[in-house]
Design a protein around this ligand. Structure first.
Ligand SMILES: CC(=O)SCCNC(=O)CCNC(=O)[C@H](O)C(C)(C)COP(=O)(O)OP(=O)(O)OC[C@H]1O[C@@H](n2cnc3c(N)ncnc32)[C@H](O)[C@@H]1OP(=O)(O)O
Ligand SMILES: O=C([O-])CC(=O)C(=O)O
Length: 371
């Protein structure tokens, strides 16, 4: 059988899934039958968690039960916090997160159980603990006091509170929750593929998620949201963003937050939702210039390269205005994506076929060692 080689597996169908699908033609991100953007407008992150885990949107009663279950799993091993405190201050926070997720696996009694029910329970535990690794991991390496999760706050409000140390306003909570929804799941990005490849050996959900963290760190993937914010801050003013971008483009550099393997010359619907959220936030915080800088940047890239912003472009200034340290932007993305990755690992375990592709060999043949 001849199979065509596709560098980067571009457009190759790697899995069958009922979790999500990017319908680029119709500009819709399908999540278990729903439009992701409509979900982000109408329901909460925990509803989406319920949808991804149970294949249907929870009723309000089911949603509350899910929230209670999550909060009952907030307890966190002290020893893992001690490990995180030992990491050097300069450790990249994605590496802190990778270490933390790896370390908590040993505390899960069901680690080696691959059944759907066990994977479901482990997903809940991960959802309860990953935000704590993000927030307290950052606090540990930067020598700030650690915070206990607050059960009186919603899941999303607590996550933001544990990062910033301040209870968010209603608008901040809603915008952050929306950002978690749009980051929650996106078909087969590099990180999800990495997790499925790992899970396909019958390895465990913690290991698969740990691998996904390493994948997401790269700037061609999740790491772009941090790079975007650094670029926007470097520009600093409305008048400086265009020359900065033109300069980078003249050096043939990639502009972070633009382009996408699947959308490329089309708009990423998630970026547009975050643009709306940013417009609301700059109003509340009187930071209109940041919004204007972003819009100018968007227009320059459309004009110069025909490229559109991806989610990371508009999520970055949103996170900045929410008071999230830039080094935590990608860890927060991973925390939001944990549910999507868990759903994929569960699906992989339920209908598994080992990933083992072949190569297009272009090396020498027929050599012999000289004795
Ligand atoms: C949530 C997420 O993870 S979204 C992705 C976040 N990552 C980024 O924003 C990083 C910046 N973007 C990129 O590097 C790319 O658009 C990627 C990695 C996301 C997708 O890349 P690929 O599918 O491999 O596209 P590819 O590299 O073939 O690009 C096609 C053309 O567009 C150009 N291009 C693509 N993205 C950019 C960009 N951001 N800036 C400048 N040029 C770009 C490429 O240089 C290439 O041009 P050429 O044909 O003249 O050589
Ligand atoms: O789909 C991709 O390749 C990257 C992406 O936008 C995501 O993971 O959200």
């Amino acid at each position: 059988m001849t199979v065509q080689y596709q560098p980067g597996l571009e457009n190759v169908i790697a899995s069958e899934t009922s979790i999500s699908y990017l319908d680029v033609e119709n500009e819709e991100i399908v999540l278990r039958g729903y439009d992701l953007i409509e979900l982000a407008r109408k329901v909460t992150y925990l509803d989406v968690v319920g949808l991804l885990l149970n294949r249907q949107l929870p009723t309000p009663v089911q949603r509350n039960a899910l929230e209670e279950k999550l909060k009952s799993e907030y307890s966190f091993p002290e020893d893992v916090l001690s490990i995180l405190k030992l990491l050097p201050q300069k450790t990249n926070l994605m590496d802190v997160l990778r270490t933390g997720i790896s370390a908590i696996s040993g505390y899960d009694e069901e680690l080696e159980d691959r059944s759907r029910d066990a994977n479901y329970r482990k997903s809940i535990r991960l959802l309860a603990k990953v935000p704590q690794i993000v927030a307290n991991g950052y606090r540990a390496v930067t020598k700030q006091p650690l915070l206990e999760p607050r059960k009186d706050l919603s899941y999303s409000a607590n996550f933001l509170y544990m990062i910033t140390g301040t209870v968010p306003t209603k608008l901040e909570e809603r915008v952050f929750d929306q950002s978690l929804i749009v980051y929650s799941e996106h078909e087969m990005p590099n990180s999800t593929f990495a997790a499925r490849v790992i899970a396909s050996t019958q390895s465990d959900i913690y290991g698969a998620l740990t691998g996904a963290v390493a994948s997401l760190k790269g700037t061609l993937h999740g790491g772009a949201n941090e790079a975007v914010m650094k670029m926007l801050l470097e520009a600093g003013t409305e008048s400086q963003i265009e020359p900065l971008l033109l300069n980078q483009l003249s050096r043939k550099e990639r502009i972070m937050g633009f382009g996408h393997r699947v959308y490329m010359k089309k708009v990423d619907p998630r970026a547009m939702l975050m643009k709306e959220a940013l417009a609301e936030l700059v109003q509340e915080k009187d930071k209109h210039e940041l919004f204007n800088i972003c819009v100018i940047g968007e227009n320059v890239m459309k004009r110069e390269k025909g490229l559109y912003p991806n989610l990371d472009y508009y999520a970055a200034p949103v996170y900045y205005l929410l008071g999230i340290p830039i080094d935590l932007f990608t860890p927060v993305f991973l925390a939001a994506r944990t549910i999507g990755i868990c759903a994929h690992v569960m699906e992989q375990h339920e209908n598994n076929r080992l990933f083992r592709p072949r190569v297009f060999y272009n090396g020498p043949r027929g050599l012999h060692p000289q004795n």
